[in-house]
Design a protein around this ligand. Structure first.
Ligand SMILES: [Fe+2]
Length: 340
């Protein structure tokens, strides 16, 4: 008798919890772009689901979810770079999601094969150059950045940065470890200064004359073209900067994603899947593109004007899982050649 009561009490608590949970979605996100606010508010209005958000760095969020364990309220982890999504997958944090809408709209190489994570926007890592100092014919490939004739000209972030690790991981996948290591050594030898700052700082390096060539993601330059306050100090400096989409005659320009996965213990799994599906709608895809100058992953969605200015390019279609799988080796190879 006692046991039945306990069971019944347990059940009713369960129902109460579910009723509360039905209208909510808990997102842990390392994206911190103001323009994403519209993505969230539109979803809330459209579906009557309240979004609770915690924003922090990807590593901190991953550690937090691990610490919370089975009791974690997190439904979705949103982050940038496939390398980070891979890490969360390796830790067993996501659950596989099967959704026709997601599988039909997102190209296979931009999502996890078992549905642990999905990419929602793309960014290309490209080569920028000082039009006064560099002939773009000399920098048509990533490999060219290692050519000794560019000695003292190249600026990058530190090798421990996830964007640099993912680029190196892609080169390992395409060219093998030996070539990738030789590449890293060549780029290091060509450095204009020791690596410092974020991607915008590499562009500032061109504007100030310290760097002739810089490696950075497309959206940092695109936002400067829009004369966005987060761009260069003097947005007019963009007129001095040229852009090359590397490796158009081989494997294509390295791209990465913003993506998300549904967490293993998600209390609101259905809402999480609904949100992922919402992110593939033309409306949400346009927010990514217009709001943060990222490339849509869904075909047929119009790009932001700033991206149209940069022009069309052939993107690398490497399965992004490789970026995570090769990450440890990428780190090792950078270290072996002393790339800071
Ligand atoms: Fe970034």
């Amino acid at each position: 008798m006692k046991r039945t009561i306990a069971l019944a009490a347990g059940l009713s608590m369960c129902w109460a919890a579910q009723a509360l949970a039905a209208g909510e979605l808990n997102i842990y996100s390392s994206r911190h772009y103001d323009t994403d606010e519209r993505l969230y508010s539109n979803f809330e209005e459209k579906y009557g689901i309240k979004i609770n958000r915690i924003e922090d760095g990807a590593s901190k969020l991953i550690a937090r979810i691990e610490a919370e364990g089975e009791n974690s309220p997190a439904d979705l982890l949103i982050t940038v770079d496939a390398g980070r999504l891979w890490l969360a997958t390796e830790k067993g944090m996501f659950q596989p999601i099967s959704s026709g809408a997601l599988e039909e709209t997102i190209p296979a190489h931009l999502r996890h094969p078992m549905g642990h994570w999905f990419g929602f926007s793309q960014r290309a890592r490209v080569i920028f150059y000082d039009k006064d100092r560099v002939n773009p014919e000399d920098i048509q490939t990533y490999e060219a950045l290692a050519d000794p004739k560019l000695e003292g000209m190249v600026c990058t972030r530190t090798s421990g940065n996830i964007y640099m690790l993912s680029l190196m991981s892609a080169l390992i996948a395409h060219k093998g470890a030996d070539d990738a290591k030789a590449w890293a050594e060549g780029v290091w030898n060509n450095r204009a200064r020791n690596p410092e700052g974020g991607d915008t700082d590499q562009l500032r390096g061109i504007a100030s004359g310290q760097c002739a060539i810089a490696v950075a993601n497309t959206y940092y330059f695109a936002r400067a073209l829009r004369k966005d306050v987060r761009g260069l100090d003097n947005p007019d400096d963009t007129s001095r900067i040229g852009v090359v989409f590397p490796n158009q005659d081989s494997f294509g320009t390295h791209v990465n994603i913003s993506g998300a996965g549904v967490l293993k213990n998600a209390p609101n799994k259905d809402n999480a899947v609904l949100f992922l599906e919402y992110l593939t709608t033309p409306e949400a895809q346009a927010y990514f593109s217009e709001g943060n100058d990222e490339y849509p992953v869904v075909g047929g969605v119009d790009k932001a004007e700033s991206l149209k200015t940069l022009g069309e390019f052939k993107a690398d279609t490497l399965d992004l899982t490789a970026l995570g799988e090769n990450q440890a080796q990428a780190r090792l190879l950078y270290d072996e050649v002393g790339f800071q």
